[in-house]
Design a protein around this ligand. Structure first.
Ligand code: ZN
Ligand code: ZN
Ligand code: FE
Length: 755
């Protein structure tokens, strides 16, 4: 019988699995990798062959993903053995590379068993677990083309590696304490600690309240005791990160349940092989308040490398484990530059000598309405492809913040890891490196590059740079509107290829009229988009400065509603001089770009009720406004007016009522709840109007504002109740991390039409 298996079946222990199953069923023949996947010839009794085919489907190795199995009977060859054959060399292969995988249970047993030769060895891995994407330099995936080429396997490891029946058969990063990577501990002047057991010393230092930069799987973490308020505030001060919630690593589920609520699905995510940071509802403020101030959630992950397991092998329960970087810069992942950049933040360094080739942050996910939703897509998820159809091969350069890039070969789109804000020079360098790496890995020649409409985004400059330097021959440059890209990214993952109503709610994105959009109702498909409704325009005094200082938005709104200066000074707690400057800007219309953003509306309300005047991380005001919301069913009044062919939501009365409520000392939790209800309310009303006008009932929700759980649940539930078909994000981030995928599909469709 000849059997072909397609999917993620290479580099995940699939061939040895087939080998073992063939031995079990006493079959002869062979197995090998091919372009499409794995090819098998198996010879033996019909019953055994049938059983063998069944086993392939049922007992798949944990990391394999079977897309398709086909089989046919062929003439008997008379083989005696079952062999693993060399790969069939084929041109033009699209390689499916496994993401990095958290340590498996068998390897945990190995490192915790005093009789095992890998007892306490921090780089234990096997075919079912360990580093993958972060250490691959080139394809095909073999040890010499990974950062493990620096280490020669000892005889025992070599034997494991060559034995098809061993769990470490062809495990490229296979290693042991005799032959593999090692750890060492230094202080922040570079002195190596003299203790016999550096790991124990590191653990002891953590318990004493020191900050340690720990090199992990795909970059450094800054770690410190999560139960020690002082060390956390020291970390925040040194990192210049006063408020943004810090990620936590906890020793096991018991500890997680002490601090957070979680259900069965969330438990499976915590313990699964990807091990992302999972946002969970706090049970209370059991941990120091400065872990996640103003947030309803703790971001929690369980240990995912052997080194993490060994760190928790003592009385430590919960550590802060935040990406080690200078705020705004990419995660540090090289020993020397990591040391230089982080020595002002960390007291100690736990290094190792396994190089990281491609740095990846921890992924961040959350479960809403019974679905895992990825907020930051990186380690453990990238580079799993997304299926696309009917587009030319292209390169999408993404937006500015939370940037990712995306390329496709044929029907597979590969979305890069989260890269960060491109206005940072080091992020931009890493961006260029990532583009090159993806192009090399997937042997990719794009027919086009695509980018955002915004002329000042670094990604837009990069597109110009690619064209003007003629890095690529014959390459076309196509621009895509930001919010259309948001909606398209959500359509792709839901496999929709028809006209939809798209709700694109976010902080900001350049519109086709030159204004900043962000509260948009689009009528669009994968090629074209028509703006059919939006939030009313408000001016942003100072442009970007109004994003960092929400009180400016409140001034803009109050000014528009003709409130006088005294009122503003009173309720916004601003000094007179600053206020005068902003009012003058508004009066002279200087540096006052117009915006229809929902994000800015949230900022306005947060500032207006004295919750947040100035922010220190993106969307802070909105996060805190959501966290403040209590239980209330009321709504503020709003108006929807037709302007030309567009429906425009006017929020003047909303702001007036909020001002009155606040003046009358209505509790913030009530104001926030009513405000959320209002946004949910006008979203539903708009969709009804648009359905009546255009006869479309498919609604797609995208944009970073949908990370707001109250809005997300409220809008999707309401729309469903009124018989709309609602489509939302799961594996692709709803924020700007998904923009590159949306750009790719839209530009790819337009380009195909042109050819
Ligand atoms: Zn393992
Ligand atoms: Zn070894
Ligand atoms: Fe956006």
């Amino acid at each position: 019988m000849r059997i072909n298996v397609e999917g993620i079946v290479q580099g995940v222990g699939f061939r040895p699995f087939i080998y073992r199953m063939a031995l079990k069923e006493n079959l002869s023949g062979w197995v090998r990798n091919t372009t499409e996947g794995v090819e098998i010839e198996a010879e033996g009794g019909l019953e055994r062959l049938k059983h063998f085919c069944g086993l392939i489907k049922e007992e798949v190795p944990p990391l394999a993903r079977i897309k398709k199995i086909t089989s046919k009977n062929i003439p008997v060859k008379g083989d005696y053995n079952f062999d693993i054959k060399e790969s069939k060399k084929t041109r033009d292969k699209i390689a499916m590379i496994s993401p990095d995988v958290a340590i498996c249970n068998d390897c945990i047993k190995d490192i915790t068993d005093p009789d095992n030769r890998r007892y306490m060895y921090p780089f234990t891995n096997c075919t079912n677990c360990g580093p993958r994407f972060s250490l691959i330099k080139e394809l095909p995936y073999d040890r010499p083309r990974t950062t493990m080429k620096d280490f020669n396997m000892c005889h025992v490891c070599e034997r494991e590696y060559s034995d098809p029946l061993d769990r470490r058969y062809h495990a490229q990063p296979n290693a042991c304490s005799e032959c593999g990577p090692q750890i060492w501990l230094t202080d922040n002047r570079g002195n190596i600690c003299s203790s016999d057991n550096q790991l124990n010393t590191a653990v002891e230092l953590l318990r004493q309240g020191e900050i340690i930069a720990v090199k992990g799987l795909s970059g450094f973490h800054l770690m410190c005791d999560a139960e020690n308020r002082q060390v956390i505030s020291r970390l925040r001060r040194r990192k210049e990160r006063p408020d943004k919630p810090l990620a936590l690593m906890m020793d096991n589920l018991n500890t997680v349940s002490q601090y957070c609520h979680f259900d069965k699905q969330e438990k499976d995510i915590l313990t699964g092989y990807r091990k992302p940071i999972l946002l969970l509802d706090k049970k209370g403020e059991e941990l120091p308040e400065n872990v996640a101030p103003g947030s309803k959630y703790y971001g929690v992950m369980l240990p995912y490398t052997p080194l993490h397991y060994l760190i928790f092998n003592s009385e430590l329960k919960a550590l802060v484990a935040t990406s080690a970087n200078i705020t705004g810069s990419p995660i540090e992942y090289k020993n020397r530059s990591g040391f230089n950049k982080l020595k002002k933040i960390a007291d100690y360094f736990l290094f190792h000598n396994r190089k990281v080739y491609l740095p990846l942050d921890d992924s961040v996910v959350r479960v809403i309405r019974g679905q895992e939703r990825v907020i930051r897509r990186a380690r453990g998820y990238v580079p799993e492809p997304v299926q696309v159809t009917g587009i030319e091969d292209g390169l999408a350069l993404g937006a500015e913040q939370k940037n990712t890039i995306c390329i496709n070969r044929d029907d597979f789109a590969f979305l890069s890891q989260h890269l960060g804000n491109l206005s940072n020079g080091a992020v931009y360098d890493n961006y260029k490196f990532t583009i090159k790496h993806f192009k090399d890995l997937y042997q990719f020649k794009p027919a086009f590059v695509t980018h955002d409409l915004h002329p000042d985004y670094q990604s837009t400059h990069h597109a110009d740079f690619m064209i003007s330097n003629n890095c690529e021959e014959d390459i076309k440059k196509l621009e895509v509107q930001h919010h259309h890209a948001h909606i398209a990214s959500c359509m792709v993952e839901n496999n929709i290829d028809e006209k939809v109503i798209g709700l694109a709610f976010d902080g900001t994105g350049m519109g086709t009229d030159g204004n900043m959009w962000g509260g948009e109702f689009l009528l669009c498909d994968l090629k074209n988009s028509n703006r059919v409704g939006h939030l009313n325009y408000i001016r942003m005094p100072g442009g970007d400065k109004a994003v960092r200082e929400p009180w400016r938005m409140a001034v803009s709104y109050l000014n528009r509603l003709n409130y006088d200066k005294k009122v503003m000074i009173n309720i916004l707690d601003v000094n007179k001089e600053e206020l005068e400057i902003v009012l003058e800007m508004l009066e002279k219309d200087l540096n006052c770009v117009k915006t229809s953003s929902i994000g800015r509306l949230f900022d306005t309300v947060a500032a207006l009720i004295g919750l947040r005047r100035v922010i220190t991380y993106q969307a802070q005001a909105a996060v805190e406004l959501e966290a403040a919301a209590g239980d209330n069913k009321e709504t503020y009044n709003y108006e929807i007016k037709k302007q030309g062919d567009k429906f425009v939501i006017n929020t003047d009365t909303v702001i007036k009522s909020i001002y009155n409520d606040y003046k009358n000392k209505v509790n913030r939790s009530i104001i926030s709840a009513k405000f959320h209800n209002t946004v949910i309310g006008f979203s539903l009303t708009m969709c009804k109007l648009l359905r009546n006008t255009y006869g479309i009932d498919r609604v797609v929700l995208s944009g970073g504002v949908f990370q707001n759980e109250i809005l997300f649940k409220g809008i999707s539930r309401n729309l469903t109740e009124f018989n709309f078909s609602v489509y939302t994000h799961a594996e692709i981030p709803c924020n700007d991390g998904g923009i590159s995928l949306g750009q790719l599909i839209i530009a790819g469709r337009r380009e195909r039409r042109n050819r």
